[in-house]
Design a protein around this ligand. Structure first.
Ligand SMILES: [Zn+2]
Length: 195
C-alpha cells in the first residue's frame, strides 16, 4: 500500500470520520508491506499484510462478473485530463488496472477487493473490505464492477468520489444513488457525475 494513501483511509465502521493511525513494519520503497492501522474512534485495528490493507474479508460476488470494457473507453468516460490523484477500481473493474495505468500516467490506482488481484506495483494499492469502502472522499474517479452494482456499494462509491468527478459502473441496470447524476448508459455500463 502506497504510504501517502494512509491519510485518505477511513474506518469502515459507521461512526464519525477520523484519521486512522498507521504503524509501519516493513517498507518497500514508498509501499508498506507490513503494518497496522488503528481507528481512534472505535479502537478497531486492521493489518497490512503482503502489502494489502485488510479491513475485512471481501464479500462473495453477488452476481456473475463480466469482461471489462475497453480500457480506452473507460479512460474517456472518466474524463481526467491531468495526472495526479487517485482513481478507485472496485471488484472486477480491477482487471483494467494495468491498461489504465499505462493510459493514465501519474495517477495512483486504489483497488478495492480486486478480482483478479494484479501483481504488486508502485502504481497501485490494494484494499480488502467486507462492507463500506475504507476511504474518505478523495477519488478523481471510480470504476465499479457490476457485481458491486447494488445500492449499498454504489452509495459508498459515490461518497468516495470528489464533487464533479465521475463514477463508471459496469452494470446493465442503472441504479444511481442520490449523490450521482446519471449522464449516459449503454454497452453494459453507465456513468454518473458526483453532485
Ligand atoms: Zn472505527
Amino acid at each position: 500500500m502506497f504510504i501517502e494513501l494512509a491519510e485518505h483511509l477511513r474506518c469502515p465502521v459507521a461512526h464519525e470520520d477520523a484519521y486512522l493511525v498507521l504503524a509501519t513494519g516493513a517498507m518497500a520503497g514508498r509501499s508498506i508491506r507490513i503494518g497496522t492501522i488503528g481507528c481512534p474512534v472505535c479502537q478497531a485495528e486492521y493489518v497490512i499484510l503482503d502489502g494489502v490493507a485488510r479491513f475485512g474479508p471481501p464479500p462473495a460476488p453477488a452476481g456473475p462478473t463480466r469482461a471489462p470494457p475497453a480500457p480506452a473507453t473507460v479512460q474517456a468516460l472518466l474524463a481526467l485530463e491531468s495526472p495526479g490523484g487517485y482513481v478507485v477500481l472496485v471488484g472486477s473493474a480491477a482487471a483494467l488496472t494495468e491498461a489504465l495505468s499505462g493510459l493514465m500516467p501519474g495517477v495512483h490506482f486504489v483497488l478495492v477487493n480486486p478480482v483478479p488481484a494484479p501483481l504488486p506495483a508502485p502504481g497501485w494499492s490494494v484494499l480488502e473490505c467486507a462492507q463500506g469502502i475504507p476511504l474518505a472522499t478523495m477519488a478523481r474517479g471510480i470504476v465499479v464492477g457490476g457485481e458491486y452494482g447494488e445500492t449499498g456499494w454504489l452509495t459508498d462509491a459515490a461518497r468516495v468520489v470528489l464533487r464533479g468527478q465521475r463514477a463508471v459502473v459496469l452494470s446493465e441496470t442503472p441504479q444511481p444513488p442520490p449523490a450521482l447524476e446519471r449522464m449516459v448508459a449503454g454497452e453494459g455500463m453507465w456513468v454518473g457525475t458526483k453532485r
